[in-house]
Structure formats: C-alpha cells, structure tokens
Design a protein around this ligand. Structure first.
Ligand code: LLP
Length: 418
C-alpha cells in the first residue's frame, strides 16, 4: 500500500507531481511519501494494541533524520547499530529510553556513548561483548541494561545475505550458551539482564520462521524466570517482508496475531524492530533515461542512476518494479535498464517488459524507501543523490545533493606528492 499513483497520465507522490520535484532538484532523486510511512506505522502499531509493546523502528532501513523524526512523532523508538545511528535517533528527538542498540561489533567507544545517554537496552551478541559492557559500565558506575541476542538457528527462507538467524551466521549467541551467560551476568553488579532478543532475517514472507524463533526464545525466557530473573522485554527483531513483485507477505495484523498468540502468556513488553515494512514501499528512486541502444541480443536503457545509488538489484538480485513518470502509450519492448557504472552488475532490471522509452524520459524505481539511499556510495566518484519528503501537497528537501567538492573536501595530497 502506498500513495504513489497516476493522475492524468502523470506520476504523483501524494498530491505532488513527481515532475515538479525533478524540475527543482534534478535526477536521480529519492522521493518519500510521509502519508505512506504514517499509514504503515499506524497499521503496524495498532496490530499490537492488545499487548504491551514498543516499536523501535530499525533506523538502518532509512536513517534520514526527517524520517526518524516523523516516526518519533508517532511514538516510535529506534533500533540502532552504530554510534552514527544512535546520534541520528537522538537528533531526531527519540527518547533514549526508547532506543535499543543491536549489532555484532559494537566498539568500546560506542558502548560508552550509549551507556552515557542511558538507552533502554543493549542487544548483546557475544560473551566477550557482555564482558566489555560490564567493564565499561563499571568505569561509568552504571548498571547496563541488556538482552542477549539469541541465534535460534531458524531458516527464514529469504535471501542468504539477509538470513541472520542460522547457526552458521555471525549473529547472536547459541541457545546452549544463553542460560550460563545470564547467570554469570547476574553476579556482576554492573550488568542488568532486562530481556531477551532475536532477529532472524529480513524480507521474510511467511509466519512460520517467526513463530519458531519465538518458541525458542520462550523456552529460554521461562527457564530464566524459573531461575529468578526479572525480565521485561521480549525483543523479536524486525524482518517482515513487503511486496516488491508478486510476494504474498503476511499482513501486519496476521504477523502480530501469531506473535501475540505465542508470546502473550510471558507478560513481557514485546519489542519490535521493523524497518522495511514501514518505509520500503514509501520511497521511489527517480532517474532519467540518458541513452538507449541495442545489439543483436539485447536492448539497453541507460539511466542516470547507478548501482551506487540503489545497490539492491546488483547485490541481492532484488526485483524493483519500474514505471515511467509520464504514462506512455508506446508499444512494449523487452529491455535491460542499466546504470552508468563500469560494472556488469550495474543494472536495475533485466529482460523487463517496459513501454518503449527514449532519451529524456523519466523512470521511477519503486519500493526503494528501505535499504536504498542508506546503502548508497560514492563509487565512480558519483555524488550521492538528494532525498525529498512529500507530505500532502508540500515537499521538503531533507538531504541536498552532494557535490563533487563535498567529496574532494575530505581528501588531501601530502606535500611530497605535489
Ligand atoms: N533488527 C535487526 C537487528 C536487524 O539486523 C534488522 C535488519 C532489522 C531489525 C530490520 O529488519 P527489516 O524489518 O527491515 O527486515 N540490506 C538488505 C536488508 C538487510 C537487513 C539487515 N538487518 C536489503 O536491502 O534487503
């Protein structure tokens, strides 16, 4: 569900013609719909209304501070994985007591920073990290609230790069170490076990893996309660999939019902870390056709956005729907939509049926709101593109286009090479 659609043959984001935005800021550009984000958040949030819960939007999906701020206005907390994301969340006004800190490789400096601002909890991913957390808490004379991230060894049946709950993956702590780690932590006056956590992967389109993971957590939770632990937070991560093409992911209410059914009797506050499901379909990447060409095998449409701007097709062979900004009546042809970068993997679509395109046409690459801009890079010395947020009939430039001077400003030539 999203608020991008055609009116009189022209693509609109809410009440703003996409053309109007590109006339001002040019292409490529990311455009987000505030109304779509609000709707997704509200639907997700209301699905859990039956139980105590806290939504910690997973900032990595789209970390623009305007987007975090918009979600904070709706009551969202934040799931962060670096000092950078934590600073973004704080800058967007997210109360520290609504922030959880995940990630396998938190540095001592990041831990110290998060402890000093009193976040809700650390999702600890290794026994050594737990030790370091205890040491830093002692130094600051604080009690560090934490949950252990359990690796439940569940196959989420998604792309291997985003399957994080399998034993062979680097994430979390094996179930069999969990209880002894909690027991050890209990003896440390600077550590406070407050919950338990798992995140099994992303773009998950069936309920079974979530239920299975939750069942594993439940067993550990119950064992800990029997041992006298006072736990409050059951964090089941993010991962709910969205429709890019013909996927049929569970509705948020179905997802919530399955989790509530399994988790209700624990009397926990359930923490959710959704990312993609909130912002994925709320964003598009708009690009211009630079050239078309063909050889005896293929037709190519060469656009001004590249894999450095949206890496998902190159990286995960991900499908993104592509539509023209101005509806076309031309006949269809089968083309590859490719970027300007010197790599074969620089494509947005392969053998895609699209209306015949020509130089100067604009295309919208759909469902680019999650893991789009945040994964972009300056490869081939391409400045990163602007981000625009539409709200009703208004739009705001929430990140300006980088300039080549911005890129060069970070570098210097040592005198001996002058
Ligand atoms: N919590 C943790 C600990 C995570 O690692 C992630 C995502 C989330 C929550 C949010 O998951 P979501 O609800 O968005 O599925 N770049 C990949 C996705 C990587 C996901 C990484 N972790 C992509 O473009 O598909």
């Amino acid at each position: 569900m999203h608020y991008f659609g055609y009116k009189n043959g022209e693509l609109y984001c809410e009440e703003v013609p996409v053309k109007k935005i590109i006339e001002e800021v040019g292409t490529p550009v990311y455009i987000y719909s505030a109304k779509t984000i609000r709707r997704h958040y509200k639907v997700f949030e209301e699905s859990f209304s039956e139980v105590e819960h806290l939504i910690c939007y997973s900032v990595k999906a789209n970390s623009n501070i305007a987007i975090i701020s918009l979600l904070r206005q709706l009551g969202s907390g934040a799931d962060v994985v670096s000092a950078g994301e934590l600073k973004r969340a704080l800058k967007a006004g997210v109360p520290p007591k609504k922030i959880v800190f995940s990630g396998v490789g938190k540095t001592p400096e990041e831990i110290e920073f998060a402890l000093s601002v009193d976040i809700l909890m650390f999702n600890v991913e290794s026994l050594e990290e737990l030790e370091v957390l205890g040491e830093i808490a002692k130094k600051l004379n604080k009690k560090a609230p934490f949950a252990l991230r359990i690796n439940p060894d569940v196959d989420p049946q998604t792309h291997p790069y985003i399957s994080t709950g399998l034993k062979k993956s680097k994430f979390g702590i094996p179930e069999e170490f969990a209880i002894s780690a909690y027991k050890k932590a209990k003896k440390n006056p600077y550590l406070q076990p407050v919950g338990i956590d798992a995140h099994i992967g992303s773009q998950i389109t069936s309920l079974a893996p979530f239920v299975e993971a939750l069942n594993r957590l439940k067993k550990i939770w119950e064992a800990l309660i029997d041992l006298g632990f006072e736990l409050k937070y059951l964090d089941i991560g993010g991962g709910l999939g969205i429709i890019y093409d013909d996927e049929e992911p569970p509705l948020p209410q179905e997802y919530a019902d399955a989790i509530i059914k399994e988790g209700k009797d624990l009397k926990a506050t359930i923490i959710l870390e959704p990312g993609r499901v909130i912002v994925g379909n709320a964003g598009i990447l708009v690009t211009k056709v630079l050239y078309t060409k063909e050889n005896t095998l293929k037709k190519f449409v060469i656009v001004d956005a590249g894999m450095n701007d949206l890496i998902r097709p190159a990286f995960y062979q991900a499908y993104h729907k592509i539509v023209p900004v101005e509806e076309k009546n031309s006949e269809y042809e089968v083309v590859d939509v490719v970027g300007p970068i010197c790599e074969n993997s620089d494509f947005f679509a392969k053998d895609r049926k699209l209306p015949k395109l020509q130089r100067g046409d604009f295309l919208a690459i759909m469902s680019a709101g999650a893991y789009g801009f945040v994964m972009s890079s300056n490869y081939n010395s391409r400045p990163r593109v602007p981000e625009v947020l539409v709200d009703g009939d208004t739009y705001y430039i929430i990140r300006r286009r980088e300039t080549i001077e911005d890129l060069l400003a970070l570098e210097s030539i040592p005198a001996r090479y002058l």
